[in-house]
Design a protein around this ligand. Sequence first.
Ligand SMILES: Cc1ncc(COP(=O)(O)O)c(C=O)c1O
Length: 415
Amino acid sequence: MASEPAERGENTRAVHLPTPPPLAQQPLAVPVYRSAAFAFGSSAEYAALLNGSAAGYSYSRIDNPTADSFAASVAALEAARRPGPAAAQPFASGMAVISAVFWTFTEAGAHVVAPAAVYGGTYGFLRDVAGKFGVRTDFIDVTDLDQVRAALRPETRIVYAETLANPTTAVADLPALAEIAHRAGALLVVDSTLAPPPVCRPLEHGADLVLHSATKYLGGHSDATGGVVTGHPDLISRIRAVRIDTGGSLAPDEAFLLRRGLETLPLRVSRQCATALTFASALAGHPAVRRVDHPGLPGHPGHQVARRLFDAGPDGAQRFGAIVTVTPHGGRAGGYALADRLRVAQVATSLGGTHTKVSHVASTTHRQFDDAALAAAGIDPGAVRFSVGLEDAADLIADAAQALDALGGIREERD
Ligand SMILES: Cc1ncc(COP(=O)(O)O)c(C=O)c1O
């Protein structure tokens, strides 16, 4: 028989400290429910939660209130103007969500169509990990719709696209891809990490699932790692089941930061997009520059598609994302020299945060690509990706200009 509290030993009393009563007032910020486990009123309640006949929380790998709040918030932003229900699932990283989507909707013998210019981690996963389990992927140019149609097979389960490709900034024609995928009985899965909800909401353009590395714009401060996928609740509940079995669940502290980041997402992204367009336009004519890729530039091959699919902000300014890929003359050496001479923009991993970051693409985000794969993806060995942050445009332009001005000697080596 349990002893009365006053008679319990000091360790028992220390472990069983009082817990706060349920609050009558809702906190404005979503609390961090940093608990791996939850307690139940009875074994029957515990069993009902685990077998899915009752809703609630049992174990944070399965579900956590802070992580759920983050996912529900993303669903609200992604599906804002889409008729019909939408749900979302939170993950520990972008790669955790990407792998879970493929584990859910493919099997040995299944076929996937993906962009040649896909994020390097996704490329590595599809080629080396899913490939080992018998999932075959054709990496093609998904902006060429004839190539997409030609690549389809009866066993194609997923047509995969990035709304705005990393780092080429190619723009996917989502309605056209959705029609092609659906006619073949496949899902259109879209990684929209580089075009978050204020820029584009792929579910409104026919995508079945939209996913993000939340580490980037959604969190926005380079201080939390996470991923999220949104779509019809039937698809999302199948992905949740795989998340529970594979364990890539989002931690509550990370979920708190990512959820907080969402509150300033439109403000941050609108400003980053405006600065990126100014920055790209200013650098496009520099003599040390071989090419500048940004969908806001009228000569960009995806400019018209972006105008059709991407949203304008409340001020009427169209948002084209905040990635600018600058390719100087001089191949790899030129790319390294440009990145290393910058003083405001920082050589740093990741993208989408408040700081402007640069990376030499071929040796970092796309290091999994050999020369042939780089060429197929349209990535120049010298390309440097700028993720434009919240600094003042004039400072970023002056910084890039001084770095490019210093490249004169390298330009002579040509490419
Ligand atoms: C477009 C894109 N998708 C997915 C990922 C993977 O996300 P994470 O690093 O959060 O796993 C990245 C990371 O850079 C990315 O750029």
